[in-house]
Write a protein that binds this ligand. Structure first.
Ligand code: ADP
Ligand code: MG
Length: 698
């Protein structure tokens, strides 16, 4: 039985609607050990024939029989195996994979069969040594001469010990001296190894050393001559030790006979390293979107944390707080009187009694025992006041080093009824009363102390100048700092807490008239009997009194959470857009990479890579991009968040940013997922490339 039989083969290329017949009724039969020269003018159909024999092109009429088996009956998997083990390809343009070393270029065919590293290297080195390339194994293809490159290609073709070597113009790119070397090598392969070597050549001289010459013209065979005096080589230099090859064959039936993930990873790393600038830039691009995401999430959680702590420190479920909302009862904006925007809306006595009456009616209607009481022993309504003092308020003090200094008071609060020792920072603090104030922590460093305890008990001069009910109030008092309060969000600023009655007394003193109005409250606190009652009061206010709202603190908290949600939405949009951009970027880069590597894909297919293998190589690459981007993005965002925290802490005394490990995990997963997703299309495109066209690709 002939090794290879070609029966009535016709090959047509379709050009649009037209058909072009490249091979017409080819009948050939080849035996082991033959060295066949295929000759013919350019365009006569030589490469077409080689591609058909090599199993790269399955679209033909007629039959190609290998050891009697019809190639047409082969399934995809068998065809891949056929290319991998039965055929060795050698091309005119060498087709080495540029980013792999010489050794890796040769072992690649074994890598596709998942042969053990040590075994495949040993085998490759042996063949390369016999081909005189021992010193070159670590080099890259570009560092070799043409003849050396072609010998590497021959080594690659031989590594799987195929029965048939197909060489398409193997010497076409070589000078005459190297041509002779390569021809001798191919002759050895036919003579000593007993392989069928079919080579395409234009040179009669080359043809003259072969055992058989087949000439094609316009797709037809016009000559088929066997050399009568064909001289077999006499010296045997076995290129492949067949016994050892059987060991390799026995080695193979490991779990998987195909490209392993680890080998794909190695190939990807090689390739990515070869175009590292591109890949680093891409990773930076993806990282930026991850950074946006991580920072967004961290800001969100940081701010939420602060708002929660704020709400907690300012709330007591048995105290209902009421202040003016700045709207009228119908919910319309009240015209700003101008000027006094820092001053709070204050309650007139008549307004207070109206609210109390309404509330008590509502409570009664809702079967509550509780009543708001404004006078006497059972009084449960108290007053509060808040103003942004800024330039209007300051305290003068003697610093730790003896010098005099002053600090502006950003905001002045009267101490709310739910304030207790728990809100105080130091053990020696007490809630302030007459001639006393409480300050936020910022005062400690302003006064030049390190220990908060040292500030407590110090006497300072309090000066507040503000316009109140159209008269100028000048408060100028010596007061003692009775304690330091934790004001979370505002801990970087000087905030003052002062007793309502004491402030009222100061105002009356400063008004200095016969009928002083005293301080009017901007907040009403109702000490209720239960959380349910508080809820009832809050419900009444929110449903019936658009002109009223909760406490200033609550307002601040809701303002912050509003700010935060706007901020989060903005960041989420930015983050989302940048992730989409990242995805498209990866897609484009990988897509370009596929077209850059079209030839390489063709080569891989010609040595038996399955579609799955090609897909695996490209998918692994996108996975790697995802992982690298994730790691760099996570590291960079940790650094950025660290810096932001420092800046916030020094500016505000707190950092509304908190990284949680889940965010890093989310970023990691997202990065990997979008990269892998982005890689799907290019990878499947690569896998689907036609091997013949890929090899033709310039
Ligand atoms: P050779 O290798 O002998 O120079 P080829 O086998 O490459 O010639 O090509 C034979 C003929 O088939 C040429 O005329 C070529 O233009 C044509 N041909 C080759 N490949 C294609 C293709 N993919 N589509 C259409 N025509 C093709
Ligand atoms: Mg050709």
């Amino acid at each position: 039985m002939a090794e290879l039989e070609i029966k009535n083969v016709v090959k047509e290329y379709s050009l649009g609607k037209m058909k072009f017949r490249a091979l017409e009724d080819i009948n050939l039969s080849f035996e082991k050990g033959e060295l066949v020269s295929i000759m013919g003018e350019s365009g006569s159909g030589k490469s077409t024939l080689m591609n058909l024999i090599g199993g790269l092109d399955s679209d033909y009429q007629g039959d190609i029989l290998i050891d009697g088996k019809n190639l047409k009956d082969f399934k995809d998997k068998q065809l891949d195996d056929y290319r991998k083990k039965k055929i060795g390809f050698v091309f005119q343009s060498f087709n080495l994979i540029p980013h792999l070393s010489i050794l890796d270029n040769v072992t690649i065919a074994l890598t596709l069969s998942n042969v053990k590293e040590s075994v495949k290297n040993e085998k490759a080195i042996e063949i390369l040594t016999k081909l005189g390339l021992k010193e070159q194994i670590k080099k890259k293809p570009t560092q070799l001469s043409g003849g050396q490159k072609q010998r590497v290609a021959i080594a690659r073709a031989l590594i799987n010990d195929p029965d048939i070597i197909l060489a398409d113009e193997p010497t076409g790119a070589l000078d005459s001296q190297t041509t002779t070397q390569i021809l001798n090598l191919l002759k050895e392969i036919a003579d000593d190894e007993g392989k069928l070597v079919i080579m395409v050549t234009h040179s009669e001289k080359v043809a003259s050393i072969s055992s058989r010459v087949v000439e094609i013209s316009d797709g037809k065979i016009v000559r088929d001559e066997k050399a009568e005096n064909y001289q077999k080589r006499t010296t045997k230099r076995q290129l492949i030790i067949h016994k050892e090859n059987q060991e390799v064959a026995q080695e193979k039936p490991k779990k998987e006979k195909h490209l392993s993930f680890l080998s794909a990873l190695k190939l990807s790393i090689h390739n990515m390293w070869a175009s590292k600038v591109k890949n680093i830039l891409m990773a930076i691009g993806v990282s930026i979107s991850l950074i946006a995401l991580i920072i967004m999430l961290s800001f969100g959680s940081g701010l939420t944390g602060y708002i929660n702590s704020l709400a907690q420190s300012y709330s007591d479920p048995t105290i209902a707080t009421i202040s003016k909302s700045g709207l009228d009862r119908n919910g319309n904006e009240i015209e700003d009187q101008g000027g006094m925007s820092f001053m709070p809306d204050m309650f007139e006595e008549s307004e207070i009694s109206e609210i109390v009456t309404e509330l008590n009616t509502y409570l009664q209607q809702n079967d509550s025992e509780f009543r708001v009481i404004t006078e006497g022993e059972d009084k449960n309504l108290s007053y509060g006041y808040f103003m942004i003092t800024m330039a209007a308020g300051s305290i003068l003090y003697t610093k730790a080093d003896g010098s005099s200094a002053s600090s502006q008071i950003m905001a002045t609060y009267t101490t709310p009824p739910y304030y207790d020792e728990n809100q105080l920072i130091t053990d020696n603090s007490t809630i302030s009363g007459e001639d006393e104030i409480m300050l936020s922590r910022a005062i400690v460093s302003a006064m030049g102390y390190e220990n908060p305890e040292d500030v407590v008990g110090k006497t300072v001069k309090l000066q507040i100048n503000f316009s109140y009910n159209d008269t100028l109030i000048n408060i100028d008092k010596d007061v003692t700092i009775s304690g330091l309060v934790d004001v979370s969000v505002f801990s970087g600023m000087t905030v003052m807490y002062i007793d309502y009655d004491y402030l009222d007394k100061c105002v009356i003193e400063a008004q200095n008239t016969e009928n002083p109005t005293g301080l009017k409250p901007s907040q009403l606190y109702i000490q209720t009997d239960s959380e349910q009652t508080t809820d009832l009061i809050n419900r009444y206010i929110s449903q019936n009194r658009k002109d009223l709202t909760g406490s200033v603190e609550e307002q601040l908290a809701s303002m912050f959470s509003e700010m935060m949600s706007t901020f989060s939405v903005a960041l989420a949009i930015i983050g989302g857009i940048s992730l989409i951009v990242a995805l498209i970027m990866i897609l484009v880069v990988l897509y370009m990479s596929v077209s850059e590597r079209t030839r390489e894909i063709g080569v891989l297919k010609s040595i038996g890579a399955r579609k799955k293998d090609i897909k695996l190589i490209f998918s692994t690459e996108s996975l790697l991009i995802g992982i690298i981007s994730a790691i760099s993005g996570i590291l960079l965002s940790l650094i950025i968040i660290g810096v932001l925290s420092l800046i916030f802490n020094s500016l505000l005394g707190f950092a509304p940013i908190a990284v949680e490990w889940q965010y890093l995990l989310i970023a990691f997963v997202i990065s990997v997922v979008i990269s892998v997703l982005a890689g799907l299309y290019p990878a499947s495109k690569a896998a689907k490339l036609d091997p013949v066209e890929s090899l033709r690709h310039e």
